[in-house]
Design a protein around this ligand. Structure first.
Ligand SMILES: [Zn+2]
Length: 166
């Protein structure tokens, strides 16, 4: 049985936002940790669903680097077409339950810090939404830690979620 890793953003007077990440996703992204100097950045999109009437999102599928992605030590650029095809197929086969809920990429840092470019990209994504749900999530996987941020549809603020121990 797989468990889940939970990240939470507590907010005043509103339900906390939670991202529930399937353990198998953690195992999957761990294959891309940049813990050796020759390993380039990796990334992909996050696919999951929102729990009805809650600010809980379940992340259960990711895409991994595809051909034509640009992968350097300090740079990852996703070729939209291949990842979009995967999103579309999963959306169809899940009858619309599984949607694009964000993006992930790696950094060669123990505790990953988003670059100014990362933050700008994320803000662009939420400000001009081309997605279905209320918010998006952004994951950066460092060599020791995984961190999660979120932003709400149409907003321009990015906030970090914190790892919640059961
Ligand atoms: Zn980055």
């Amino acid at each position: 049985m797989w468990g889940k890793v939970i990240f939470t953003l507590n907010q005043n007077n509103v339900k906390p936002v939670r991202l529930l990440i399937d353990d198998n996703i953690i195992f999957q992204v761990n294959n891309f940790v940049q813990n050796k100097s020759f390993i380039p950045e990796s990334g992909g999109v996050l696919i999951g669903s929102q729990v009805i009437d809650k600010q809980d999102y379940i992340l259960n599928i990711i895409t991994v680097p595809q051909r034509n992605d640009i992968r350097k030590r300090y740079k990852y650029f996703r070729n939209k077409k291949y990842h979009q095809d995967i999103i579309d197929n999963i959306w169809l086969s899940s009858n619309g339950l599984s949607n694009y809920i964000g993006e992930w990429h790696t950094h060669p840092q123990e505790l990953p810090e988003p670059s100014a470019k990362d933050i700008n990209n994320w803000k662009k994504r939420i400000k001009h939404p081309t997605f279905y749900l209320d918010r998006l999530f952004f994951i950066i996987l460092g060599t020791q830690h995984l961190r999660v941020w979120t932003g709400a549809r149409g907003d321009s603020i990015i906030k970090e979620l914190l790892y919640e121990k059961e």
